[in-house]
Design a protein around this ligand. Structure first.
Ligand code: FES
Ligand SMILES: [Fe+2]
Length: 414
């Protein structure tokens, strides 16, 4: 059983918490590049790991992520003037650059060196794949940016969206390592018996890796064959999931890298970075975000009971929640647990084996940070920084073969 202490340890992410300190050791998505599209475009509020911040793009196109409240007397820099390579507070005109240097304090007497004595909180940023990443940990421990597949993929072969999740990040990411739910929650045709994942009680396995963990599900396909899916969990809260339930990778199959980023303890930004070997058209890009509004809120959300259709549920689909993508149904399952689920109340069965393994990996990492030791998958060696072939894998194998047979395929490694 999961104890209250363990639940607290894994779900609290603010400053000076174990999980918060752990997460701050990695480069994390802070916002999408499109939110601050142009030099000197309006700043935006960003809340990340319980900290209130403001992001802006300066006149040279560089991105800054600053503490929201002005170092003078606390006015929000969100309302600031973004001009001439800096963000200027509208109260008394203090001006900051992307690194948090105070460039001007115009209300102070001429010749004052006051500004040199102050440094405003600022986190380093890096834009990759349409996402602004930030590092919020100790400067002297800043790792290399891990070279995942999307770091070097041409822009036209990927797209990214984010959506707001009204609950703790752990509830979200646990869904990625909960293989059996796909048979139920995501069954959109009750009459369809030909699905590869019709076996709702898959055999499960999990294995710790240098990057985190790999989760394996094995579903029976008659007596002769098994359908295997392998999904990496990547420190500190990322996952890769295999595409649709097909036996092989189809030519246009996409793959998704998913980031579950705590806004605070009770809400999360969920980023989906979708990639494939052929370019995406503009129509495909538009439809990939047709399930969210302009503020990245899901159109189907808790406030409208996910527009659940009881007639549809009775006659056609398991959940009654129509979905452009399965994440809309996941949102109902995970948000309805409450903002931070009390895991002392749950009853875990065999089907939760990979979730138990995931929690163990996270608990170990959080405890390492508490003890002052290094967490896993902190990249400091440039010669070991190549994760471009790290993928989710799937395939049909003879029933007497082990899943390990799939670990290294022409489609990648897991
Ligand atoms: S409060 Fe920002 S300049 Fe005074
Ligand atoms: Fe799901």
């Amino acid at each position: 059983m999961f104890s209250r202490e363990e639940n607290e340890l894994l779900t609290r992410v603010g400053p000076a918490t174990a999980m918060g300190d752990l997460m701050r050791r990695y480069w994390l998505p802070a916002l999408l590049s499109e939110e601050i599209p142009l030099p000197d475009s309006p700043p935006v509020r960003v809340r990340l790991l319980g900290e209130d911040l403001v992001a802006f793009r300066d006149s040279d196109g560089r991105v800054g992520l600053l503490g929201e409240h002005c170092s003078h007397r606390g006015t929000s820099l969100f309302y600031g003037r973004n001009e001439e390579c800096g963000l200027r507070c509208i109260y008394h005109g203090w001006k900051y650059d992307v690194e948090g240097n105070v460039l001007e304090t115009p209300a102070e007497p001429a010749g004052s060196d006051f500004k040199q004595k102050i440094h405003h909180p600022a986190y380093p940023c890096k834009e990759v794949a349409g996402i602004v990443f930030s590092y919020m940990g100790p400067r002297e421990k800043m790792p290399l940016f891990p070279a995942y597949e999307w770091v070097s993929l041409p822009e036209n072969r990927m797209h990214v969206v984010k959506s707001y999740l009204e609950c703790n990040y752990l509830q979200g990411i646990e869904g990625d390592f909960d293989s059996s739910h796909t048979t139920f929650l995501h069954c959109n045709n009750l009459a369809d018996l030909a699905r590869l994942n019709r076996d709702g009680a898959p055999k499960l396995d999990a294995e710790e890796t240098a990057y985190g963990m790999r989760a394996i599900s094995i579903r029976k396909l008659g007596d002769e064959q098994s359908y295997v899916r392998i999904s990496p969990f990547i420190m500190p809260a990322f996952s890769i999931v295999p595409g649709p339930a097909t036996a092989k990778f189809e030519e246009n199959d996409s793959r998704a890298f998913r980031f579950w980023i705590p806004i605070d303890d009770a809400s999360t930004w969920f980023y989906i970075l979708t990639m494939r070997d052929a370019p995406f058209s503009e129509d495909e890009r538009a439809s990939a975000r047709s399930w969210i509004d302009a503020r990245y809120r899901r159109i189907r959300n808790a406030g409208n009971d996910y527009l659940q259709d009881r007639e549809l549920q009775r006659t056609r689909t398991y959940s009654g929640i129509k979905a452009v993508i399965p994440a809309e149904q996941d949102g109902c399952a995970t948000e309805s647990m409450g903002p931070i689920y009390d895991r002392t109340k749950e009853h875990l069965g065999y089907s939760d084996k990979t979730i138990i393994a995931l929690r163990k990996v996270l608990l170990q990492a959080a405890r390492r940070v508490l003890e002052g030791r290094e967490p896993p998958h902190i990249i400091t060696d440039a010669s070991a920084n190549d994760f471009s072939r790290l993928r989710a894998l799937k395939g049909v194998v003879p029933a007497n073969h082990s899943w390990q047979a799939l670990l290294n395929s022409e489609k990648g490694v897991a």
